[in-house]
Ligand binder design. Structure first.
Ligand SMILES: Cc1cc2nc3c(=O)[nH]c(=O)nc-3n(C[C@H](O)[C@H](O)[C@H](O)COP(=O)(O)OP(=O)(O)OC[C@H]3O[C@@H](n4cnc5c(N)ncnc54)[C@H](O)[C@@H]3O)c2cc1C
Ligand code: FES
Length: 363
């Protein structure tokens, strides 16, 4: 019998302790297994370990992370009966991975692989290096990161002021970094002030240059389609951020694809797209066009463009080949749902509709 040293005994004890405190998750049929500390959220733990788990909103609204639980026990954070899961899915044992605390070893059935490379979610500190108010009570917030970060077009990160428990999701608006490089050293976000908003009111309130924030990223899976396909991009307010990232990326990936960006804002005064996209529109005038539509512009104003909801801009006169376009939609939940419905009516292939819903945080 081998006599163990004190250090070996200590190591054994620690490993046994860690195993007792964590659960093994097996993704049936994929060859993937990973450990989750007991009580941790299934999705977040998977992402932190670089598991390419389908997800988007992370707050139980989009349904992208739905997973069939075959064996084991979880505690749901929300009532799944009120979630996007259908009655049939609930009866068949489906759960939302982003809202499930792992209690025991699990066997699950979920299709891994989102079209992105595996990009593990990391926590990186950064300092505000640029802060600029735009029309429409939006701030263009740029962070200089302490370590480079990889992300894909259309993804987002969770921002938290240093020393605060408030954390909110914001989409990257830059083109993603070169996958062959080490990552982005600087990242930018568009943050719209919401009345009473814990995070956005703080960002909007005063110039934050020098402030320290934590960024947990990358997350989300929006925006994957054949690069040579023309893009119909529909954005409401700061939904323009991921759209900008996607368009900038796809322009680099294809020499031919053209893009129509339909941007909905309340009034001409609130329109920040003209200023934000000015350089891009000048540089890519043959391939990118911006169509503004205003929902609350005073009658009789000097505005000569389109008026109405963003869905009103989606018609035959827009001159888009709906049957062949790849659609990217981003904004508030009701806006995205209305646009998705309209796009299907116009003949866009449902598999070509890629959407990101900006839903409120649950805490
Ligand atoms: C995947 C994802 C990406 C996002 N990307 C962006 C982005 O790029 N830019 C951006 O400005 N926002 C984005 N959001 C929304 C953002 O995360 C925050 O919810 C928003 O900024 C409000 O945070 P807050 O702390 O200021 O407000 P809170 O204190 O959380 O809420 C204040 C009030 O506003 C309501 N509210 C909160 N969020 C919303 C919302 N999105 N729509 C309608 N009502 C709301 C709340 O119910 C509450 O009544 C994104 C959300 C998700 C899920
Ligand atoms: S419901 Fe889980 S990621 Fe959206």
């Amino acid at each position: 019998m081998k006599i163990l040293t004190v250090a070996e005994l200590q190591g054994q004890k620690e490993r046994a302790g860690a195993a007792a405190l964590s659960s093994r998750v097996t993704v049936v049929g994929s060859g993937t297994t990973f450990q989750v500390p007991k009580g941790d959220l299934l999705l977040m733990s998977a992402l932190a370990q670089g598991v390419d788990y389908p997800h988007n909103c992370r707050v139980g609204t989009c349904g992208t992370c739905k997973t069939r639980l075959l064996k084991g026990r979880i505690s749901p954070l929300v009532d799944f009966a009120l979630s996007p899961l259908t009655n049939e899915e609930l009866e068949n044992g489906y759960i939302l991975a982003c809202q499930s605390k792992v209690r025991t070893d699990l066997e699950i059935d979920v299709k891994l692989g989102t079209g992105h490379r595996d990009l593990p979610v990391r926590s990186v500190a950064g300092h505000v290096c640029a802060w600029r108010r735009l029309p429409g009570e939006v701030v263009d917030l740029r962070l200089r990161l302490d370590a480079p970060l990889m992300f894909a077009a259309g993804q987002y990160g969770i921002l938290a002021p240093s020393g605060s428990f408030v954390q909110r999701s914001y989409s990257f608006y830059d083109a993603p970094p070169d996958p062959a490089g080490s990552g982005a050293q600087e990242v930018g976000f568009l943050v719209r002030r919401l009345p009473g908003g814990k995070f956005s009111a703080w960002v909007y309130g005063a110039d934050l240059k020098g402030a320290k924030l934590w960024l947990q990223a990358p997350m989300g899976t929006m925006g994957f389609d054949e690069f040579d396909r023309d893009g119909l991009c529909v954005a409401g307010g700061t939904g323009l951020a991921p759209i900008l990232s996607i368009v900038s990326h796809r322009l680099k990936q294809s020499a031919t694809a053209r893009f129509t960006i339909v941007f909905g804002s309340r009034s001409a005064q609130d329109n920040f797209a003209d200023a934000l996209l000015a350089n891009l529109l000048e540089r890519e005038s043959q391939r990118v066009r911006l169509v503004n539509i205003l929902s609350n512009e005073p009658t009789g104003s000097a505005w000569r463009g389109r008026r109405g909801l963003v869905t009103d801009a989606l018609d035959a006169a827009l001159g888009v080949d709906y049957a062949n376009a790849a659609a990217f939609v981003c904004g508030s939940l009701p806006m995205v749902e209305a646009v998705e419905k309209k796009l299907l009516q116009l003949g866009v292939d449902p598999d070509r509709v890629h959407a990101d819903k900006f839903v409120p945080a649950a805490y």
